[in-house]
Design a protein around this ligand. Structure first.
Ligand code: PEP
Ligand code: MG
Length: 754
C-alpha cells in the first residue's frame, strides 16, 4: 500500500494534473469539482473541499469531493466559526488528528462530515488576505506530515490565483467572492498632519504578485533564485556598510534583514519550493505565507516586528527577481502612501510632488514621520487599525486629516463632499496668503513673531510663501537622515549657506544635531538602548563625540560669512552641558580666527528647553544664554513621562492642561525677568488654539511648521492679548484636568479665529 500523502514527493505532478484538467474546458463549477477530486485522489484523502469568502465575509462551500454534494453553495460559516472559519480568522493551517473533538468543530449535519477524524485545512492566501480555505479529511485518526501541509499550501496558493483569475469560478459568482476588499469603508484614526487629500493607494510594503506560479524548467528557476538572493545579500551588505540607500531604517533592522537574507533555513525553504516546480517568485510567496502563518499570530511584539522585517525582505527579493532591484518606486500622480509605520526618512524617499497624503496603521503625532509629513504639508492620518488588510494597491482613498478619518473606496457622494471641502481649504489658503505681508499684531497692538520650522533644502522654497519672519528652528539632523553617508564639512557648509541666503537677512536659528531617540542613522553605529528617548541622544552625543559637533559648528561658522549666526543645542539637561557645548563654539570661533577666516558678525548661542530639570535652574542657565527655545514636543514627553513615539501614550496628556501651561508660564516669567528672548518651537506653536494659549501666557515668538503660519496669524490678528491673558490665567487657577474646551469656548467668545 502506498503511504498516505502524495505518491511522488512534491506537488509538481499534482499541479500538472490540475493544469490538464483546467485545459479540458467545460463550465467553471465542473472544473472546480474536478480539481477537488484530483487533490483528494492525490493526497489519498477521502474528502477534499474548497470554501470561498463571500463579500459578506462568510465562507461558502464551493466544491467538495467526499462530503454531501447537496451542501455545496448551501453550507456557510462565519469567520471564526467552525474549523474552517478558524483557519480564515488565523490565516494559517490547522492540522488535527481528531477534528470532531476540537472545541472549534461546528457540526453541520447537511455535510455528513462526522465520520472523518483527520483534518487538514489551509488558507487560500492572496496579497496577504485569506480568500478561502482548502480542506482535506480522512476517516482514520492521523496527523498529516509537515510535507503534506507544505504541499497543500502550495496547491492552495495556485488555486487562489486560479480563483482570482476567473478560471475556477463563474464570472457572475466571482463578483460576490471577496477576492479583495471592495466595499466602501471608513476608518477612524488620529490626525497627524492637517489637510485633505484624495488619490490612489500606494502600499509602502507592496506585495508583488507573481504572474506565473509553475515552471517547467527547474534548473533555470534555481539559477534565477540564486542570482536574486545573492543580489539581495550584496545590497544589504552595502547598505550596512553605509554605501547605499534605505535611509531611515535603523542599523538594527538592517542587521536583522541581513541575518535573514543569509539564513540557511530561509534559503533552503526557497530552494525546496523551486525544486518542487514553482517559479522563483511563487517560491518566495510560498515561504512568505509560511512565515506569516508562524509569526502572524504571535502575541510577542518582537516576533511580530520580525514578521514585518521578513515581509519587507520578501518584497525586496521579488523586486530583484523582477529586475527592479532597489530602485525607487514610481508613483502615480495622486499617490496616497499606506504604511504600517514609517521612519522619518522613509517618507523622504518618495517623490514629494506626487505624494498627496499618508495613512498609517500605527504611529503617533509627535513622531518624526508625522513631523516630516507636516513639514512637507502632506495630510496624514495615523492609528488606523486594520488599514493594510482593508486596502489593495491602487484603491481610491481619501485622507481626511481634519477629522482624523480615512475613506477607503469612497462613494461618489463622499468624494464630492470632500472635494467641496478641499475647495474651501484652497480658498482659506488664498486668504492666508493675502495676510502674508501683514505683520502679526493683536488687536491691542502686541507684536507676535511668527517663525517657521525647517530642516530640508526643499523647505526654503516656501519660506517666502508663508511670510514667516525667519526660521526659528532649523533641524540640521534632517540632512544627515536623508544622506547615504555622513555629510562632510563641505556639504554641511553648503546647506547652511543656502539656508542663510534663502532667509535674506531674516534670522535663522540652527539647532545642532539632534540624533538618537527615533532619529537613527543607518551609517552611524549606535548601541541598542532600552530607552532611546532617555538615552544617548542630542547634545549628549555631541559632547561625547565632540569631533562630530565641532565639524558641524565649523560648517555653521564658515557658512555665516560675517553675518549673524544663531546656534542652539537640543536636549540640554544641565547647566554644565550648556557650558560645555558653548565652550565648543568658542573653541571653533578661535580656530577660525587663528586661520584668518571671517567670524560671524554676531553670535547668538541658545539652549532648547526640553528637559524638565532646567525649569528649576533657569536662574543659572539664562544668564549664560543669548536666547532659549522651548521644545514642547520633548518637554511634554518628559514632563508627563509619555513616549512621544508610542501611540498608546503619546496623546494621552493634553498640553492645554494646568501642569503643562503652568510649566510654560514659569519659563516665560523667568525669561521675562532675566530679559532673555524666548520662543516656542514645538508643534503646539503651530496650532491656533494652542498658540492662542501660549500668547496669553506671554510668549511672543512662535516657530512652527509652514502650514501653521497662516492660521496662527489669523488667530493673532483677531485676538486681544490682554483679554486672553486675564482669562487664561484665571482658567489655570481652579481647573483639574484639560482646559482645552474652556480655552476654546473663551476663544470663540472673544471672536478669535481658531
Ligand atoms: C521639540 O522637541 O519640541 C522640538 C522642537 O524638537 P524635535 O521635535 O525635533 O525633537
Ligand atoms: Mg526635541
Amino acid at each position: 500500500m502506498p503511504p498516505p500523502g502524495l505518491a511522488i514527493r512534491g506537488p509538481r505532478s499534482l499541479l500538472r494534473q490540475i493544469r490538464e484538467a483546467m485545459a479540458s474546458g467545460g463550465p467553471a463549477q465542473a472544473r472546480l469539482n474536478m480539481v477537488v477530486r484530483i487533490i483528494a485522489g492525490s493526497m489519498v484523502a477521502e474528502v477534499c473541499s474548497i470554501y470561498l469568502r463571500r463579500a459578506t465575509n462568510d465562507l461558502e462551500l464551493f466544491a467538495t469531493e467526499g462530503l454531501n454534494p447537496q451542501a455545496v453553495h448551501s453550507t456557510t460559516l462565519k469567520p471564526g466559526e467552525g474549523l474552517v472559519g478558524e483557519i480564515m480568522r488565523l490565516g494559517r493551517p490547522l492540522n488535527l488528528s481528531d477534528a470532531p473533538n476540537n472545541p472549534h468543530f461546528s457540526y453541520r449535519p447537511e455535510t455528513g462530515e462526522d465520520p472523518f477524524h483527520a483534518f487538514l485545512g489551509v488558507p487560500l492566501l492572496r496579497g496577504g488576505r485569506t480568500i478561502g480555505v482548502l480542506v482535506v479529511q480522512n476517516r482514520t485518526e492521523r496527523v498529516y506530515s509537515d510535507e503534506e501541509v507544505e504541499d497543500l499550501q502550495i496547491i492552495a496558493m495556485v488555486l487562489a490565483e486560479m480563483v482570482a483569475g476567473g478560471e475556477l469560478v463563474d464570472e457572475d459568482e466571482l463578483k460576490t467572492v471577496e477576492l479583495a476588499p471592495h466595499k466602501p469603508e471608513r476608518l477612524k484614526g488620529a490626525k497627524f498632519a492637517d489637510g485633505l487629500a484624495y488619490g490612489r493607494a500606494v502600499l509602502h510594503e507592496a506585495p508583488v504578485a507573481p504572474s506565473q506560479l509553475l515552471s517547467d524548467d527547474v534548473p533555470a528557476e534555481e539559477q534565477r533564485l540564486g542570482k536574486a538572493v545573492t543580489a539581495l545579500q550584496v545590497q544589504l551588505d552595502q547598505m550596512l556598510d553605509g554605501q547605499h540607500g534605505l535611509v531611515g531604517a535603523s542599523y538594527e533592522v538592517l542587521e536583522t534583514y541581513r541575518m535573514f537574507a543569509h539564513d540557511r533555513g530561509w534559503n533552503r525553504s526557497l530552494e525546496e519550493a523551486v525544486s518542487s516546480g514553482l517559479t522563483a517568485e511563487a517560491a518566495v510567496e510560498r515561504v512568505r505565507s509560511e512565515h506569516r502563518a508562524r509569526l502572524g499570530q504571535a502575541r510577542d511584539p518582537y516576533l511580530r516586528e520580525r514578521l514585518h522585517d521578513l515581509e519587507d525582505l520578501n518584497d525586496r527579493l521579488l523586486r530583484h527577481l523582477s529586475g527592479e532591484g532597489a530602485t525607487a518606486r514610481i508613483l502615480p500622480d495622486d499617490a496616497i502612501l499606506i504604511a504600517r509605520n514609517l521612519g522619518p526618512a522613509d517618507l523622504l524617499e518618495y517623490d514629494r510632488t506626487k505624494l498627496k497624503g499618508l495613512l498609517l496603521e500605527e504611529g503617533s503625532s509627535a513622531s518624526h514621520a508625522a513631523i516630516v509629513a507636516r513639514a512637507l504639508d502632506i495630510p496624514c492620518v495615523g492609528r488606523l487599525v486594520g488599514l493594510r488588510d482593508r486596502l489593495s494597491e491602487g484603491d481610491p482613498v481619501i485622507v481626511d486629516a481634519e477629522t482624523g478619518e480615512a475613506y477607503l473606496r469612497p462613494r461618489a457622494d463622499v468624494i464630492e463632499a470632500v472635494g467641496a471641502r478641499m475647495q474651501v481649504r484652497a480658498l482659506r489658503r488664498a486668504e492666508f496668503a493675502l495676510l502674508r505681508n501683514t505683520p502679526a499684531r493683536t488687536r491691542d497692538g502686541a507684536k507676535i513673531s511668527l517663525l517657521m520650522n525647517a530642516g530640508l533644502a526643499v523647505d526654503l522654497d516656501i519660506l517666502n510663501e508663508t511670510g514667516a519672519e525667519g526660521i526659528g528652528l532649523f533641524r540640521t539632523e534632517f540632512q544627515f537622515m536623508v544622506a547615504e553617508e555622513l555629510p562632510r564639512l563641505e556639504a554641511q557648509t553648503q546647506l547652511y549657506k543656502r539656508v542663510m541666503e534663502a532667509a535674506e537677512g531674516r534670522p535663522v536659528t540652527f539647532r545642532t544635531l539632534d540624533l538618537g531617540g527615533d532619529k537613527v542613522l543607518p551609517y552611524l553605529e549606535a548601541e541598542r538602548e532600552d530607552n532611546p528617548a532617555l538615552g544617548w541622544r542630542a547634545v549628549r552625543m555631541g559632547l561625547d563625540r565632540p569631533a562630530l559637533l565641532r565639524l558641524q559648528l565649523r560648517a555653521l561658522i564658515a557658512a555665516s560669512g560675517g553675518q549673524e549666526l544663531r546656534v542652539m543645542f537640543p536636549l540640554v539637561a544641565s547647566v554644565e552641558e550648556f557650558r560645555a557645548a558653548r565652550a565648543l563654539v568658542d573653541h571653533e570661533i578661535a580656530w577660525a580666527q587663528r586661520r584668518g577666516r571671517t567670524a560671524p558678525g554676531l553670535l547668538r548661542v541658545g539652549a532648547m528647553i526640553e528637559a524638565p530639570s532646567l525649569i528649576w535652574h533657569l536662574d543659572a542657565l539664562l544668564p549664560l544664554t543669548d536666547f532659549v527655545s522651548v521644545g514642547t514636543n520633548d518637554l511634554m514627553q518628559y514632563l508627563f513621562a509619555a513616549d512621544r513615539g508610542n501611540p498608546r501614550v503619546a496623546d494621552r496628556y493634553d498640553p492645554l492642561s494646568p501642569p503643562a501651561l503652568r510649566v510654560m508660564k514659569s519659563i516665560q516669567d523667568a525669561c521675562q525677568e532675566s530679559g532673555t528672548p524666548v520662543s516656542v518651537c514645538g508643534e503646539m506653536a503651530g496650532r491656533p488654539l494652542e498658540a492662542f494659549a501660549l500668547m496669553a501666557l506671554g510668549f511672543d515668538q512662535l516657530s512652527m511648521p509652514p502650514a501653521g503660519i497662516g492660521p496662527v496669524k489669523a488667530m493673532v490678528l483677531s485676538s486681544d492679548r490682554e483679554a486672553a491673558r486675564r482669562a487664561v490665567t484665571n482658567l489655570l487657577k481652579g481647573s483639574a484636568g484639560s482646559v482645552r474646551n474652556e480655552i476654546e469656548t473663551l476663544a470663540r467668545k472673544l471672536s478669535v479665529s481658531i
